[in-house]
Design a protein around this ligand. Structure first.
Ligand code: APR
Length: 249
């Protein structure tokens, strides 16, 4: 079953010229970054003081309790040592070989770009970028954010500095969503990987796909399995490594 499905996915990707990959935290678990809803995921245990992680990653927490927000964010969402895994490098190769048009990711770790992907739509932003809450919205990179104080302030205007990450209670960037929707609409293959498809509006983007090659590669079942044309319950990093080996050697 598994090898037959890999053969099908390989031929679909070989024929694709505008495939889109839609991914989530399961794409980065092989890079040592825990996902959210698996048994070993970030949401499997309470945050400090018994607070739910979903609160600690929310706009309300950033505003009302910035020290708690940044302590949790720095400890759990920032992984400067993480390296791209074969899922990231495989997708970059598929783009370089003219099969893949775009990566649409819910991840904020920047590993797709680090692996060489050029067209990446980060629906939930990135921990690599920060901005201050002052009038001029000064921009910073992660490397420019000091470890202390825990709550960083803008060296130019003194306002609080925050990550360019979409927090619970915040809207997605309309331009990013529009570009991602346009790519999904145009896709001749939609490959979904490493996501539980639990979170909207991100998961809703899939309904813009109009083709008949919707492939889903996820360790566990998702609400979209029944709508997919191909479902492989296996590690996305291993599947993409095998597909790229067959396509490009
Ligand atoms: N290969 C394939 N699937 C995997 C792998 C892997 N190596 N590792 C984990 N998975 C699967 C898990 O079984 C799970 O179904 O990836 C999925 C990850 O799901 P979530 O933890 O819910 O992560 P995600 O879908 O990205 O969450 C979406 O929720 O909390 C918010 O903003 C956060 O972007 C995140 C959003």
């Amino acid at each position: 079953m598994y090898s037959h499905d890999i053969a099908t996915l390989t031929s679909w990707l070989d024929e694709a010229r505008s495939a889109v990959f839609f991914g989530g935290a399961g794409v980065s678990t092989a890079s040592g970054i825990p996902d959210f809803r698996s048994a070993a995921g970030l949401y499997a245990s309470q945050g400090p003081g018994g607070r739910p992680p979903e609160y600690l990653l929310s706009h309300d927490c950033l505003v009302d309790e910035p020290a708690e927000f940044f302590a949790f964010h720095r400890a759990n969402l920032v992984h400067p040592e993480a390296k791209p895994n074969p899922a990231h490098t495989g997708l970059a190769e598929l783009e370089a070989q003219g099969r893949l048009a775009a990566v649409v990711t819910q991840n904020i770790d920047g590993l797709h770009q680090l692996a060489g992907s050029r067209v990446v739509y980060e629906l939930h932003g990135s921990v690599e970028r920060y901005h201050c809450l002052g009038r001029d919205r000064h921009q910073f990179t992660l490397a420019q954010i000091p470890d202390e104080p825990v709550v960083p302030n803008c060296p130019r205007c003194g306002a609080m500095v925050r990550p360019d990450v979409v927090l619970y209670g915040e809207a997605l960037d309309a331009e990013v969503v529009d570009a991602a929707v346009a790519a999904v609409r145009r896709a001749d293959l939609l490959l979904i990987g490493g996501t539980s498809l639990n979170v909207y509006p991100a998961a809703g983007l899939l309904h813009y796909y109009r083709g008949d090659r919707l492939a889903l590669v996820n360790l566990s079942e998702t609400p979209m399995d029944y709508q997919a044309d191909l479902v492989i319950h296996a590690p996305i990093d291993e599947v993409l490594a095998e597909v790229c080996k067959r396509l490009f050697g």
